[in-house]
Design a protein around this ligand. Structure first.
Ligand code: DI6
Ligand code: FE
Length: 405
């Protein structure tokens, strides 16, 4: 039972072994109890798998299921009005300083019921599922009280009860300063961010801790105190770093052995070796670069040269990255950041898994990892980043079972 061989497919295993995409033609994957038991050319299928039930994938492309390793997809309301203001010339920072931006989403999120938050999040989750996504990271950060932040993470976790997807939750109370603490950021850190982290952790809601290290967010000294509290709890950290200015956040994330440093447009090339030494994943968020009409590019060449692993994510949020397509983020990573299509797919599979601390379970098609796969109507994996939009997913293999769309 629960054994099957998926045969007759083009496998992009994403195994890093010198062959582009770890490609296997006329491939097959044997799965048992939700795990990959074997993958390779069908001609080499070991005899013990010959009598397992088979599904003929009729030549489809099979990749690891995609992973969106950076989202803020639980939130109330939307910010389409602000979009219009920005197009009229107001900057993201000006709007934020005037009390719009993140704070307006905080008001809408606090006002929404858990059911409303869940239903609106599920629409975005469904978009991601249609892009072959099986794991989604979701951050708090629009509650900014202990109870409202915890509520966001409970809603995020509840997504798993409604859709076949794995959710990882991140404590991002240090996202913006709520109006109750205007001009008192240190008190906010001491009274809300750190005690809230402990309470949320005690409830099992925290897989990682993040902060917005920025002139309109929190200083490196404030972030350091949050990271020290995370370290005391044994929770890994990650950081919104160098999105709008260079405050040396990525170096701070490296000092704390962070899982990832995210955004990085203003990262100095001279700081890249620090990420490489500590194995910090660089999470690229081209949707925010695009929507904010940013012109400063992350130092992709230096990241590549120093062997820093690059992930690609949507940053799905109502302000700086109003999108819910990971394939579109991959396309943007290629066109705007000059990643190769292979780097973009690795960024949304193998490297994204690593950014979530899930590399042992997800991200490539090798024995022992979860049989979470995406089946595409595409003749080559380049197509996934190349084609903008469209409905390319033929189905998903979830827990080892094929769900045709
Ligand atoms: N950087 C971002 O791009 C998002 N958060 C952050 O720290 C933006 C969130 C928003 O504008 O609502
Ligand atoms: Fe973000």
């Amino acid at each position: 039972m629960s054994r099957r061989v998926f045969a007759n497919c083009l496998l992009a295993t994403m195994v890093d072994g010198g062959i582009a995409y770890g490609l296997v033609e006329a491939g097959a994957v044997a799965v048992e109890k939700g795990l990959i038991a074997w993958a390779g050319p069908i001609a080499d299928l070991p005899v013990e798998f010959h009598d397992w039930p088979r599904t003929d994938l009729t030549g489809a492309l099979v990749t690891p299921a995609l992973i969106d390793c950076h989202t803020h997809l639980v939130f109330g309301g939307d910010r389409s009005r602000e979009f219009a203001l920005r197009l009229g010339g107001a900057s993201y920072e000006e709007i934020a300083r005037a009390g719009g931006g993140i704070r307006s989403t905080v008001a809408a999120t606090r006002a929404a019921s858990e059911e409303e938050l869940l239903q609106s999040a599920l629409r975005r989750v469904d978009d991601l599922l249609a892009d072959g996504v099986a794991v989604i990271e979701v951050k708090s950060g629009y509650g900014l009280t202990i109870e409202d932040e915890m509520r966001m993470l409970r809603v995020a976790r509840a997504i798993e009860q409604h859709r076949p997807v794995r959710i990882r939750t991140t404590w991002l109370a240090a996202h913006a300063l709520p109006s109750e603490y205007a001009d008192a950021p240190d008190a906010y850190i001491d009274e809300i961010v750190i005690p809230g982290l402990r309470a949320a952790h005690a409830e099992g809601l925290v897989d990682a801790v993040d902060a917005f290290c920025e002139n309109i967010g929190f200083t490196p000294a404030q972030v350091r105190r949050v990271f020290e509290a995370a370290r005391d709890l044994g929770v890994p950290v990650k950081l919104h770093a160098e999105q709008l200015s260079d405050l040396k956040g990525a170096v701070l994330a490296a000092e704390f052995d962070g899982l990832s440093a995210d955004h990085l447009e203003y990262l100095a090339a001279s700081d890249v070796p620090r990420l490489a030494e500590k194995g910090v994943v660089a999470v690229l968020l081209p949707g925010a670069f695009f929507a904010l009409r940013e012109t400063q590019l992350p130092p992709i060449g230096a990241l590549r040269t120093h062997g820093v692993v690059m992930a690609v994510a949507t940053d799905s949020n109502p302000g700086s990255s109003p999108m819910s397509s990971l394939r579109l983020a991959m396309s943007m990573a290629c066109t705007l950041f000059r990643l190769t299509p292979e780097e973009a797919l690795a960024g949304a599979t193998r490297h994204a898994a690593r950014a979530l601390g899930l590399a042992a379970e997800y991200g490539s098609i090798v024995p022992g990892k979860r049989a979470e796969l995406a089946v595409w109507d595409a003749a080559h994996p380049d197509f996934l980043s190349y084609w903008i939009g469209g409905d390319l997913l033929r189905g998903r293999i979830v827990g080892g079972e094929f769900h045709e769309r």
